[in-house]
Design a protein around this ligand. Structure first.
Ligand code: NDP
Length: 286
């Protein structure tokens, strides 16, 4: 076989981007499967996003992740948007199909893979409470709705943001999604199957904060999950653990959204175990 020194390229565009740990996880996956691929973590300003996407095309890159502030702005530069990413209205992963750049959103799908794989829960016909109405919440609520959850209650501090998100998603999915303003402490009902903190409450350095929820009426099988991955052991996760409830931390979503991206780019099953180890090391969790 002739020698092949050409690496395939993927990466991430964001600003700021230096603290994004995804590269460590994807590079570990490439090594685990012996792939000559590189993941480039690149600082791109909003004014340069168009040029950066031209670079993706010119370099024949296999794909790219988008993070703050590019997840919505990238859409106008792409050739196609996957149906769920179109509903969410944001793209975190671009994949190449021939000459076409296609926008995907793996955040909500990553969350669901964690719910199924790590927590062993099938979201179909489940009653879910989602705290928050930002980008992460939007992706999670969309995928929960598409996966057949029977009731998705969104709670948000800001009334207008929550109402607008839910009205938009209901009109696009016709799914059973409801909104309630989040005032004071929310008492989680005994028939709730999954609670998701999709706010940034508890995110470093805000370590002492905990979403105001009361778990006293929770059923023993309530799955308590948190999207915050820094630190993975948030106060909410700790409180749920102390009650003996099953928990799912934010590292799960982070690994699986990357694993799904890896699979979209390479067409191969992601080496999830190697990715988890690399991510934990990169974040200094172990
Ligand atoms: P956004 O800024 O889009 O949304 C933030 C949400 O948190 C809003 O709903 C906001 O409510 C709510 N919120 C923030 N502070 C408070 C507070 N003190 N009390 C009540 N509500 C509050 O952020 P994202 O959705 O992009 O990110 C949210 C979290 O998800 C971050 O911690 C991020 O790191 C994490 N994340 C994790 C991922 C993973 O793979 N694990 C992937 C993506 C994100 P309001 O509208 O009232 O302001």
């Amino acid at each position: 076989m002739p020698a092949n020194f050409k690496a395939e390229l993927v990466g991430c565009f964001g600003q700021p981007v230096a603290e994004n740990p995804t590269g460590a996880m994807q590079e570990a996956a490439f090594r685990a499967l012996g792939l000559n691929w590189r993941y480039l973590t690149v600082e791109v300003s909003p004014e340069r996003l168009r040029d950066a996407l031209s670079g993706v095309r010119a370099f024949g890159m296999k794909g790219i992740n988008l993070t703050i502030p590019h997840k919505v702005a990238v859409i106008e530069h792409l050739d196609e948007i996957a149906p769920d990413a179109a509903i969410i209205g944001a793209v975190n992963t671009v994949r190449r199909d021939g000459d076409r750049l296609i926008g995907e959103n793996t955040d909500g799908k990553g969350f669901l893979r964690g719910v199924r794989t790590d927590a062993g829960v099938d979201p179909r016909n489940k009653r879910v409470v989602v705290l928050g109405a930002g980008g992460a919440a939007r992706a999670i609520v969309t995928e929960l709705a598409l996966a057949g959850a029977s009731d998705v209650l969104v709670l948000n501090r800001s009334l207008s943001r929550g109402e607008q998100m839910v009205a938009g998603l209901v009109s696009k999915t016709k799914a059973p999604i409801r909104f309630e303003p989040w005032r004071g402490t929310y008492k989680v009902a005994g028939d709730t199957d999954v609670l998701v903190n999709a706010t940034s409450i508890g995110l470093y350095p805000d370590l002492d904060s905990v979403p105001p929820v009361d778990l006293r009426d929770a059923q023993p099988g309530l799955l308590v999950s948190d999207v915050v991955f820094n630190p993975p052991e948030t106060r909410l996760i700790r409180a749920a653990r102390q009650r003996g409830l099953p928990v799912l931390d934010g590292l799960s979503m982070l690994v699986y959204q990357g694993a799904i991206g890896f699979e979209l780019w390479t067409g191969q099953k992601a080496p999830e175990a190697a990715m988890k180890v690399a991510l934990r090391q990169a974040l200094g969790v172990d």
